[in-house]
Design a protein around this ligand. Structure first.
Ligand SMILES: Nc1ncnc2c1ncn2[C@@H]1O[C@H](COP(=O)(O)OP(=O)(O)OP(=O)(O)O)[C@@H](O)[C@H]1O
Length: 336
């Protein structure tokens, strides 16, 4: 193992963390037993940093990021902490959770139509939070117009008077992002915010998020199954498999030298547009949830590099290069 380089989080100049998920365990009731969903998930987002959470369907990305707003399924059993600006979300009462969602953390989901009331004008949707916090109506409207302009909506005044059905999906996602930013949250959680959009609109929304981060210094947790997309926007990436973080490192290092075969598999199965790029190779088999995961490394059954130890002993997340990887063979320098 290489201990020579401190992780980015340990460097003295690092900005303060806005989000610290620390050893999060989550189980959901299933009949008499409890179904494990997350196992020891730890993750940090610093002020002004964009952090990706990447993995295939069912790996636990959505559940992990919803925990940041205290939006866990009913009956969830948790251990560990989810701290926003130092305060643990998992122990907050309803009033404190409401304040957290109104002021500190905003969330953007995949489907913008699920976030808005189709019967209300966009202006009402954008100004309600501001008015609830005492901003006079005229000022709230002016601010909403500024926010719409900031997300690239050309006629903000006109847009405020329209209803959601009068917007395309991409334009409505911009409105939802504008609403998320209204309270100037310290943290934006974006769960597959561009998956439902066409490719051009996807690129526009990504560039808006990148610009807003640069201008406002908002920390962002960007959840996606698309590692290529994460690389376009994120400083660091956490890779999740079967309810566990299996690798984390800076985006550059992750692409240059992944240490977990799962990360390498995700990179190899992403279609590339550059001339001469290799054809995408799918990862064999299908992803498992934590509840279905066999003993040892949950990825072993799909891994071309698995040895006997991999099916016997669960690998711990340990330092390899500048980041962390949970693979027994990460030290061996195998060509992934
Ligand atoms: N409300 C719920 N009740 C029961 N099980 C749930 C609930 N929400 C999620 N799960 C289970 O938790 C596991 C993780 O799901 P999650 O949606 O977080 O995965 P994901 O990585 O976000 O996948 P996707 O990309 O498909 O959204 C899955 O096994 C899922 O079936």
């Amino acid at each position: 193992m290489n201990h020579s380089t401190p992780p980015p989080s340990a460097r003295p100049s690092a900005p303060p963390p806005v989000l610290e998920i620390d050893g999060l365990e989550l189980r959901l009731p299933a009949g008499r037993a409890a179904r494990p969903i997350l196992d020891g998930v730890s993750l940090t987002v610093r002020a002004g940093e964009t952090v990706g959470l990447v993995g295939e369907s069912g790996s636990g990305k959505s559940v992990a990021c919803r925990s940041v707003l205290g939006l866990l399924p009913k009956g969830s059993l948790t251990a560990g902490q989810v701290r926003v600006n130092g305060a643990d979300v998992l122990t907050m009462d309803r009033a404190r959770l409401a304040a957290l969602r109104a002021r500190e953390v905003a969330m953007v989901f995949q489907d913008p139509r699920a976030s808005v009331n189709p019967l209300r004008r966009v202006g009402d949707f954008l100004t309600e939070g501001l008015r609830a916090s005492g901003t006079p109506a005229a000022e709230a409207t002016a601010r909403a117009g500024e926010l719409l302009a900031a997300v690239g909506i050309r006629d903000p005044r006109g847009a405020l008077r329209r209803h959601p059905h009068q917007f395309s999906g991409g334009m409505l996602q911009r409105v939802v992002i504008a609403a998320a930013l209204a309270a100037e949250p310290a943290l934006l959680v974006a769960d597959e915010p561009t998956t439902a959009l066409d490719v051009t609109t996807q690129a526009e929304v990504i560039s808006i998020l990148a610009r807003l981060r640069a201008e406002r210094g908002t920390g962002m947790l960007f959840v996606t199954h698309d590692l290529e997309l994460a690389s376009a926007i994120c400083d660091r990436v956490y890779v999740m498999y079967a309810g566990r973080i299996v690798e984390t490192r800076s985006t550059g290092e992750l692409f240059d030298r992944p240490r977990h075969p799962y990360t390498a598999g995700l990179l190899a199965c992403t279609p590339r547009i550059e001339a001469g790029a290799p054809a995408p190779r799918p990862i064999p088999g299908r992803p498992v949830s934590l509840a279905e995961a066999p003993p040892g490394c949950a990825f072993a059954a799909r891994c071309a590099h698995a040895v006997a130890r991999c099916t016997e002993e669960t690998p711990a997340l340990a330092r390899h290069g500048e980041g962390l990887a949970a693979c027994h063979r990460a030290d061996e320098g195998i060509q992934l």
